[in-house]
Design a protein around this ligand. Structure first.
Ligand SMILES: [Zn+2]
Length: 285
């Protein structure tokens, strides 16, 4: 089917308390593993791209890959732009066929975040594209931004409420609740009480960033508390590399690239299916 909008998927996920996996894909093979994994699990899925990855391949090639992959399956596939501060990039994604985008103004002072997010909101609403917005500071590394985990600033509940009042049609809201991007150095500390307070006062589905490395119990508590979009980036990136490296170790004399591409695909697809099973979205397409 055609690429799907993200908002209705997440609305249903929040009300039925399951999570939809959002994978940061790297190239065509990575996107293929994500979409095929979702198809095999009959699960809705979000294919998302970092700005860095879009700069590598270009807007149109990526949209074309995801469009043709989505056409080949009968589960809903959304095409999403991850953390972006640049309205120009957002505009180009909209033009190329992305169905949702994230504007990340979380590094700005609160009122400025609202006024900048407003520009992205107007742009996306006019185009019929979903918007994700963030407040607070999610820990770790994402693109070139770095926030130390222990300095990660949780989103304040009153600010979440005020923020969302400005953007009632937000597809998904990303408040910082203690998770971090990249690989966790200690045990991640999730502010469940804060999350529960936010979801009881904000009706918009919540995005859980920094999913790689959380335990089964942590995922399930977050999803039960309203997290409908669960971002997985680091795990997928490591499997992208390990798929090649493991086979190289096993068969050092193999000089034919296709078995490497297939090994990489199988490893990534396995990871995708495991996450879908964990988040409860199997059979929800
Ligand atoms: Zn993130």
């Amino acid at each position: 089917m055609a690429i799907s909008p993200m908002k209705p998927m997440l609305k249903q996920a929040r009300s039925e308390k399951y999570g939809i996996a959002a994978f940061n894909v790297i190239d065509y093979n990575s996107a293929r593993a994500v979409v095929d994994g979702a198809q095999e699990m009959s699960a809705p899925i979000i294919v998302q791209l970092s700005v860095k990855t879009i700069r590598l391949w270009g807007f149109k090639p990526i949209a074309d890959w995801v469009r043709s992959l989505s056409d080949s399956v009968d589960v809903p596939v959304a095409l999403h732009l991850d953390h972006c501060k640049d309205l120009g990039v957002i505009r180009r994604c909209i033009d190329a066929g992305w169905t949702s985008v994230m504007f990340d103004g979380s590094a700005l002072p609160f009122q400025e975040n609202i006024s900048q997010t407003k520009l992205a909101y107007e742009l996306t609403m006019a185009a019929g594209v979903g918007l994700e917005a963030e407040i607070g500071a999610i820990g770790g590394t994402e693109d070139d931004k770095f926030v130390a985990e222990d300095e990660a600033i949780l989103a304040a509940v009153d600010e979440c409420v005020e923020f969302c009042q400005h953007f009632p049609d937000l597809a998904v809201f990303a408040p910082a609740i203690g998770t971090a991007h990249g690989v966790y150095k200690g045990k991640p500390k999730i502010a469940y009480d804060r999350l529960a307070e936010i979801t009881s006062s904000v009706d918009i589905p919540i995005a859980l960033h920094g999913g790689t490395g959380l335990s089964t119990e942590q995922f399930s508590r977050c999803i039960q508390s309203g997290c409908a979009k669960v971002n997985i980036s680091t795990m997928h990136k490591l499997q992208f590399i390990d798929g090649f490296a493991d086979l190289r170790k096993q068969k050092p004399d193999l000089g034919e690239p296709i078995p490497f591409i297939e090994a990489q695909y199988e490893l990534m697809k396995k990871g995708v299916k495991e996450m879908i099973a964990l988040f409860g979205s199997q059979g929800k397409a």
